[in-house]
Design a protein around this ligand. Structure first.
Ligand code: JFQ
Length: 281
């Protein structure tokens, strides 16, 4: 990519794109799994891109990482063992580490190049790997999960998008959610990257449909984040215990730039057309 503008084209957001003015290309590489790009943008700081899709920018990544981690962890009464699938840039680890009750954080990431690129060019995220409670397992998240039964209080699936034939496609199907449930301890919950209410209602509705057969509470919440398609992205919270709509625990809000108790509650409040389409109510 040359100095100028980076535009994000994707199969999952046809007919639209988001662009950032690029000051300098910092890294371009190809791992066994995907194209990896990092560049310094004019107004969003450093940017991490995988297969042409923006993963994180210095300027707004906190909106995603904080809501992802704290919606999940504040919805569990006493999370001690946490598993992250994906999330190799480290941002989600940084957020989970804010919860002192957590004793073990395991992350399963398949692509070492993502970790190395984040450590070099987005260190504010990658510092999440420095917490002594973190154990890194390099490998496929699905395979790792299939070996785990009754093991975790919270599982966070920080995946890329379910592009046809892409690495994340299987993470949006019912078998994977069965494995997620089997890996949870009683009262456990999962929180997964669940795309955008403006352009992915069918994906979200299908996730909810099959998750309802497995979990006692299945709820959709979202955050606002300018560098993702349509400026927002959602999370599916599926619990074997209580609803996630109101927090069971609080976190010191001075630690966060985005998440707070009020926004936890508000993030589950959806426009009528979305609620009808995804919950079929
Ligand atoms: N830790 C950040 C992972 C990025 N998650 C996804 C990146 C691609 C987006 N279209 C959706 C979120």
């Amino acid at each position: 990519m040359k100095k100028g503008w980076f535009s994000e084209f994707g199969q999952l957001w046809p007919g639209q794109t988001f662009s950032l003015e690029c000051e300098e290309v910092l890294f371009q590489g190809k791992s066994p799994y995907q194209e990896v790009l990092a560049f310094r943008s004019k107004t969003y700081g450093n940017v991490l891109v995988l297969d042409g899709v923006i993963q994180a920018t210095d300027r707004d990544e906190f909106a995603y990482q904080e809501m992802f981690a704290h919606l999940a962890l504040c919805s569990h009464p006493d999370p001690k063992k946490v598993l992250v699938i994906g999330g190799g840039d480290g941002g989600i680890l940084r957020e989970i580490a804010k919860h002192q009750c957590v004793e073990e954080i395991t992350i399963c990431e398949i692509d070492q190049m993502v970790i190395d690129t984040a450590k070099k060019f987005l260190p504010e995220m990658a510092k999440g790997f420095d917490d002594p409670r973190v154990t890194l397992f390099m490998g496929d998240g699905c395979a790792y999960l299939e070996q785990k039964k009754n093991e975790y209080d919270v599982i966070i699936v920080d995946s890329s998008d379910p592009v046809d034939g892409g690495p994340a496609e299987t993470l949006y199907a019912a078998p994977f959610y069965r494995h997620l449930k089997e890996a949870l301890r009683p009262g456990g919950l999962v929180c997964t990257q669940a795309e955008c209410q403006w352009i992915h209602l069918n994906i979200i509705a299908e996730l909810i449909r099959f998750s309802r057969n497995l979990f006692s509470h299945v709820e959709y919440a979202y955050t606002t984040i300018p560098s993702y398609p349509c400026g927002q992205i959602g999370f599916l919270l599926a619990s074997t215990g209580d609803s996630c709509k109101t927090p069971k625990r609080t976190i010191d809000e001075s630690l966060n730039k985005y998440y707070n108790e009020e926004i936890h509650n508000a993030s589950f409040v959806l426009p009528s057309f979305v609620r009808r389409a995804i919950y079929k109510d």
